[in-house]
Design a protein around this ligand. Structure first.
Ligand SMILES: N[C@@H](CCC(=O)N[C@@H](CS)C(=O)NCC(=O)O)C(=O)O
Length: 279
């Protein structure tokens, strides 16, 4: 497997890089961004995965999320994968919420998506191996977070992989694709009509089916236009209450869905992850 460095810039004493590799899982080149704080040659650093939302590439969070100063201060590697396969021969859809840029972190089973749209396996299996082999990371100290569709990704990846992540947080997550138009559209397209098959991709259903997280931190803007129609944070809180989980859900007055909201609270999240990753 060859990793090709596409760019590199010094930032807050560390290095912000962009890399591309040929993914065996998606059958396409995949691009991801990595911020590595300044560190000793022998040092292995904790890693925080960031899963982005609809329409994003590896680049949106890298530019807009403002994680670098906090990650430099806490000595945490921050990784932003792409949200779907892309390129020649990869199917797409004209809508922003389906197809390229909208992989929903699932392994598609339906034509024409199943050939390349294997984002669950890419994020859970292939990319961690690539990262562990190429960077100074301690894979025993991983955290995960994300925004919107990526918040859904962070919650579901963590719920499906007990013990892998020491810390899990999300910004404005889609908590239940089974119960919102974005989720219904994408999961019907990628997985078909059998809603049982969707449950492993729904944080509420995963909790109903027995998955647990010891702790979760969620920030959600009260002025987020998608809160009522799509995100439905209360469904996650209800499922947690029934399961005896006590997530920290912070409803933030006046904040919308954008990276202006995410960038406001990202340093809090990085510090919260750091406490758990460095304990
Ligand atoms: N109106 C938005 C809907 C999609 C959206 O809000 N995407 C969020 C995540 S769900 C995002 O991060 N967009 C990219 C950005 O703000 O850089 C668009 O068409 O771009």
């Amino acid at each position: 497997m060859t990793l090709e460095k596409l760019s590199e810039s010094k930032c807050h004493g560390g290095m912000q890089q962009v890399w591309r590799h040929d993914s065996a899982t998606t059958g396409t080149p995949m691009t991801f961004a990595v911020f590595q704080p300044e560190h000793r040659a022998t040092e292995k650093l904790p890693v925080l995965w960031w899963l982005s939302g609809l329409t994003c590439t590896h680049e949106n969070a890298m530019i807009k999320c403002e994680y670098k100063a906090a990650c430099a201060a806490h000595g945490i590697v921050f990784i932003c994968p792409d949200t779907s396969p892309r390129g020649e021969g990869v199917p797409n859809h004209e809508d922003y919420d389906f197809g390229q840029g909208a992989g929903f972190y699932v392994d598609a089973t339906q034509d024409p998506w199943s050939r390349h749209f294997q984002m669950k396996s890419y994020i859970e299996d292939e990319l961690p191996g690539v990262v562990a082999g190429a960077f100074d990371v301690d894979m025993d100290r991983q955290g995960i977070s994300g925004h919107s569709m990526g918040g859904h990704g962070a919650l579901t990846v963590s719920l499906r992989n007990p013990g892998r992540f020491r810390s899990t947080s999300a910004f404005a997550p889609i908590v239940s694709p089974l119960n919102c138009p974005w989720g219904e559209k994408a999961l019907t397209g990628y997985l078909g009509d059998d809603r049982q098959a969707w449950r492993q991709y729904d944080s509420v259903a995963l909790i109903e089916d027995g998955a647990r997280l010891a702790e979760v931190l969620i920030d959600q803007g009260r002025a987020d236009e998608w809160l009522e129609p799509e995100l439905k944070t209360h469904l996650f809180e209800d499922a947690c209450r029934k399961a005896g989980m006590t997530p920290t859900v912070r409803m933030q007055d006046g904040y919308d869905h954008s990276y202006f909201f995410v960038s406001t609270f990202i340093a809090d999240h990085v510090a919260w992850h750091a406490e758990r990753l460095k304990a």
